[in-house]
Design a protein around this ligand. Structure first.
Ligand SMILES: CC(C)(COP(=O)(O)OP(=O)(O)OC[C@H]1O[C@@H](n2cnc3c(N)ncnc32)[C@H](O)[C@@H]1OP(=O)(O)O)[C@@H](O)C(=O)NCCC(=O)NCCS
Length: 247
């Protein structure tokens, strides 16, 4: 791995580091509909309440250039931290930086005292034909100790006009004991904290919810139907329910 320093953009705002990270790392790693505008990232990093962004950027100590980073959204009301982006510059992948970033983020963001640390990924059962890395990504997160929620997830519109994205998995990197129940051989996450998170995430991405919002009503209805959502090892992905509303 190249020698890097981690730049915490919330603690030390720097438009040059953010701009370099955005254009050299995020733009080549995500499709336009997946990526929020740079100005939104800048705004979220400066916010002190409500919905705050946190970002760690790996800067090459020799060149001073951004070569990777991780961005997460803290929803203050539900106390859930959602990893929004994890990326390494395309020419420097598979050198261990991705794993290093996740390890560092876990250490540094433990102090935020989130009830849950989540990430959302393409469900490879649906996306493998268009996203060749869908299975490898799940494998990587499995090695990092993540587990999947048994909940088919629809990502809200993260960029205006791009539409929602179907067939996502919500992965859990960390869950506070207060939101975990052990049932028989497995663990589950309290449904109410997930409902709070879904409502916060949709409202932040798309604005106040509409009475005719079918996706949101379906997700909330599903969460209200039970008290907890099972956590599954990623080796048992086939047990995550499929969205019955689409093929
Ligand atoms: C996922 C990603 C951050 C991993 O970074 P990295 O520095 O290559 O990670 P590491 O070197 O620590 O681990 C490499 C592993 O990642 C896996 N991987 C997942 N997606 C990958 C991708 N798009 N390109 C290369 N490797 C990828 C590889 O299978 C590899 O596993 P291996 O070591 O068993 O061969 C990086 O590949 C990336 O930026 N991908 C595009 C953006 C993305 O998909 N982000 C995750 C969703 S938010």
């Amino acid at each position: 791995m190249r020698p890097t320093v981690l730049h915490d953009l919330r603690a030390h705002p720097d438009p040059d580091v953010l701009g370099d990270f955005y254009s050299s790392v995020l733009v080549p790693s995500f499709s336009p509909e997946e990526l929020s505008p740079e100005s939104d990232l800048s705004h979220g990093l400066a916010r002190l309440d409500g919905v705050q962004l946190h970002a760690l950027v790996a800067v090459d100590t020799q060149t001073g250039r951004a070569i990777g980073g991780v961005v997460a959204t803290l929803f203050a009301r539900s106390q859930v931290l959602l990893v929004a982006y994890l990326a390494v510059r395309p020419d420097l992948r598979q050198g261990g930086l991705g794993r290093h970033l996740v390890d560092q983020a876990r250490l540094r963001w433990a102090g935020l005292e989130a009830k849950l640390i989540l990430a959302e990924v393409h469900d490879p059962r649906y996306h493998a034909s268009t996203d060749p890395w869908a299975w490898s990504r799940v494998q990587l997160y499995d090695e990092m100790g993540a587990r999947a929620l048994a909940l088919p997830f629809v990502q809200p519109e993260v960029r205006r006009g791009a539409g929602r994205a179907r067939h996502f998995l919500l992965l859990v990197f960390h869950a506070e004991p207060s939101v975990v129940t052990d049932v028989g051989a497995g663990s589950s996450v309290t449904a109410s904290v997930l409902e709070d998170f879904v409502l916060d995430y949709y409202a932040d991405a798309e604005g106040p919810s509409r009475a005719d919002d079918g996706d949101l009503a379906w997700l909330v209805g599903r969460l209200r139907a039970g008290t907890a959502v099972p956590l599954l090892p990623l080796s048992r992905l086939d047990e995550v329910p499929r969205d019955p509303r689409s093929g």
